[in-house]
Design a protein around this ligand. Structure first.
Ligand SMILES: [Mg+2]
Length: 235
């Protein structure tokens, strides 16, 4: 089995920053302070890491309970903000996922810094939820590589996974590093918060300005899984 682990924001879709007002409202409710999320670069951080960083910037002491409360409130608020912003599914994503559906030797999972509830809200709103049987999500403030390890365990429970057949598709250096942590190859795509140059400096297996058309994408994965292309990842 070949497995593809997909990041959400900036990779599958963009919500048009619908998460920002939801987050800022959650902060007001839980901490009682106004806060601008634009004060730091959130792309690639998990929801829990964003919470930790928010509390730090506000100079507010926070324990796990308080961090959890903020993330849960954000999750609750997010669905009502999604329709208020003009987001969209990123180029070629739907066609790739549709094609993968018909491949019994390839499976797609989510590997995301969103919580399970946040991921579900976004993917349901953009009608992508049906393509993902399961995934690994942020459950606490640990590193993304911890989520990646859980994603790989999940995929292996469904059947044997090819050594050369593990891929992470993501839009930030955090995705590249979490892929490296589990021996996966990254398909980096500059449709999120990072430029192609920035992504390439982290040496992903492949990098694109946007995801290639479905037939090209699947061919690339097929050939890599069978060892017919040179592995440029870690010389
Ligand atoms: Mg992302």
């Amino acid at each position: 089995m070949t497995v593809l682990f997909w990041d959400i924001d900036g990779t599958l879709l963009t919500t048009g920053k619908a998460g920002v007002p939801a987050w800022e409202k959650a902060v007001r409710e839980v901490v009682g302070h106004d806060f601008q999320l634009s004060r730091f670069r959130v792309a690639g951080l998990t929801d829990y890491q964003i919470a930790v960083r928010t509390f730090e910037m506000l100079g507010v002491e926070a324990d796990d309970e308080k961090i959890g409360r903020m993330v849960r409130r954000y999750e609750e608020l997010l669905p009502e903000w999604l329709p208020t912003k003009k987001g969209y599914v990123l180029p070629n994503v739907r066609e790739i996922l549709e094609t993968l559906e018909h491949r019994s030797d390839m499976r797609s999972y989510l590997l995301t810094g969103n919580t399970r509830g946040g991921a579900r809200a976004k993917l349901t709103h953009y009608d992508l939820f049906k393509y993902f049987p399961d995934g690994a999500f942020a459950e606490d403030a640990s590193e993304r590589s911890v989520i990646a390890t859980r994603a790989l365990d999940l995929a292996r429970r469904a059947g044997p996974v090819l050594d050369r057949g593990v891929f992470v598709v993501g839009d930030t250096p955090h995705d590249v590093h979490c892929a490296n942590a589990i021996g996966a190859r990254t398909v980096a795509v500059a449709t999120g918060g990072y430029s192609l140059d920035e992504l390439e400096s982290h040496r992903p297996w492949r990098a694109f300005a946007e995801l290639p058309p479905a037939d090209e994408f699947i061919r690339m994965i097929d050939e890599a899984g069978h060892g017919r292309t040179e592995d440029k990842l870690r010389a």
